[in-house]
Design a protein around this ligand. Structure first.
Ligand SMILES: NC(=O)c1ccc[n+]([C@@H]2O[C@H](COP(=O)([O-])OP(=O)(O)OC[C@H]3O[C@@H](n4cnc5c(N)ncnc54)[C@H](O)[C@@H]3O)[C@@H](O)[C@H]2O)c1
Length: 439
């Protein structure tokens, strides 16, 4: 394909060189004449292992050229790739000036070079941009171009490379994500990256845009988590590197997909207690652990958000399906659903509870003491059958999914379902009153 790569920094220089090395005819475009001149002379504009040699090779083979003139690069081009910077604004927002500028260049440039009527030009965003940017760019390109019969399609394809290992990462991403729902765009992008041996994921543009933020936020969270663990335990004479090495060896719960589904607050007899205990140790040692203490704040807010959503809607009767902190357990200690029920009762709601595992009459020990301290009239709130709980309820809050529950919801759809668990089937999700807790 003939490709124009806009932005010749760390991402753009690697992208342009690797595409040129795999049979594409590539023009690199940058507003910085210094970077363009460097590429023209067969050198890399950024320090990146192996990139100098690769650029020298593809430039001398005539597969990579560079220009400051977008129209020159767009002559006969099938696709454009945006690798321009998206730095922070003073307020911390995303400065999309360079993205908008390239979109204007594309609208003008494609008009000037006037590709054959009916031809298609794919626009691929590699820069990290907030959800909604692809749609905005699409609107910026349609209009005059469409009047001329030039069709364009915009896709978000997040870049996962890291500086220092840029070329290797470019060739071995975890997956190639294509955020587009347009068939021509999907076809073009697949062809563009066909030499990369990685699974291709076709998703909504907003998913692709959000994914990169989720990845980077998670990576930053991991670094800070390890550092907070290190800061507190070092004070307590612990070999913190050994702790974290062992921590990482657990690929069942720690380095795994476990606990990474959007959903409701955590609870139970261990996580809140042990987090409080660790934060107490830190206070005793005068060590600040803002990330770990923020975790408790986030947990509270997750519950508060659901309470607010119930309060904003009409009706005073709530059915809570599932009370224990985890499906298939009757442990109510620090269950976030007990907290939710307690808060709604305090606000004057009639709360009906159904949990197929929990029997209030047989609870014993710490479990019973805990729930009696929070919900003293638990037996009166408990309904023997699911239908007793659901009947005429204004809001049904689900923390426990099963076939029986799905059938009941489908048989007599409630006015409103708030799903805290995310395991109800697609038929329930399609009901008009359905809403996910964070999806
Ligand atoms: N650096 C990384 O490791 C990395 C990894 C993945 C994603 N990203 C994302 O990719 C994007 C680019 O990052 P980078 O580190 O390569 O940035 P960079 O600052 O190194 O390069 C951006 C280039 O774009 C050029 N540019 C600006 N406006 C332009 C325009 N209108 N036309 C043509 N060129 C223009 C600049 O002159 C510069 O050379 C950012 O959104 C970044 O968040 C970066």
């Amino acid at each position: 394909m003939r490709v124009a790569v806009f932005g010749l920094g760390y991402v753009g220089a690697v992208t342009a060189a690797c595409l040129a090395d795999n049979g594409h005819q590539v023009w690199g475009v940058d507003v910085d004449p210094g970077k363009v001149g460097t590429i023209r002379s067969g050198r890399s504009p950024v320090a990146e292992p192996g990139l100098h040699e690769l650029i020298e090779q593809v430039v001398s083979a005539g597969n990579l050229r560079a220009t400051t003139d977008p129209a020159e690069a767009l002559m006969g081009a099938d696709a454009s790739i945006l690798c321009v910077g998206t730095p922070s604004t003073i307020e911390g927002g995303t400065d999309l000036t360079s993205i908008h500028s390239v979109i204007s260049d594309l609208a003008r440039g494609l008009e000037v070079v006037a590709p054959a009527a009916g031809c298609f030009h794919a626009v691929v965003i590699r820069s990290t941009v907030p959800p909604g940017t692809v749609e905005e760019c699409g609107r910026g390109l349609d209009g005059r171009l469409l009047e001329q019969g030039i069709r364009t399609g915009v896709a978000m394809c997040p870049e996962f490379l890291r500086e220092g290992t840029g070329i290797a990462d470019f060739y071995h991403p975890p997956y190639t994500v294509i955020g587009s729902t347009d068939a021509d765009t999907l076809r073009s992008v697949r062809e563009l990256f066909c030499f990369i041996d990685a699974p291709v994921k076709e998703v909504e543009p907003r998913t692709a845009e959000a994914l990169k933020y989720a990845c980077n936020a998670y990576h930053a969270t991991k670094v800070s988590f390890a550092n907070e663990v290190g800061r507190i335990f070092r004070r307590l004479g612990v070999d913190t590197r050994e702790v974290m090495n062992l921590f990482c060896e657990d690929t069942q719960l720690n380095i795994s997909a476990r606990y990474l589904r959007p959903g409701f607050s955590f609870g139970g007899s261990c996580l809140p207690k042990d987090l409080r205990s660790l934060l107490h140790l830190a206070r005793m040692e005068s060590v600040d652990l803002p990330q770990l203490s923020g975790t408790l704040t986030t947990n509270r807010l997750t519950t508060t958000d659901v309470v607010e959503r119930v309060l904003r809607a009409p009706g005073r009767t709530v059915a809570l399906i599932g009370l224990s902190f985890k499906s298939d357990s009757d442990d109510l200690r620090e269950s976030p659903y007990v907290d939710l029920a307690e808060t709604l009762l305090g606000k004057g709601y009639e709360v009906r509870i159904f949990d197929p595992i929990v029997n209030p009459a047989t609870l014993i020990g710490a479990n019973r003491t805990y729930v009696e301290s929070r919900l003293p009239h638990l037996r009166a709130l408990f309904k023997k059958t699911l239908s007793d709980a659901l009947e005429d309820s204004d809001v049904v809050i689900i923390s426990y999914a099963s076939d029986d529950i799905e059938h009941a919801l489908l048989g007599a759809p409630p006015r409103r379902i708030i799903d805290l668990d995310g395991r109800l089937g697609s038929e329930v999700e399609a009901l008009s009153g359905y809403e996910g807790v964070s999806w």
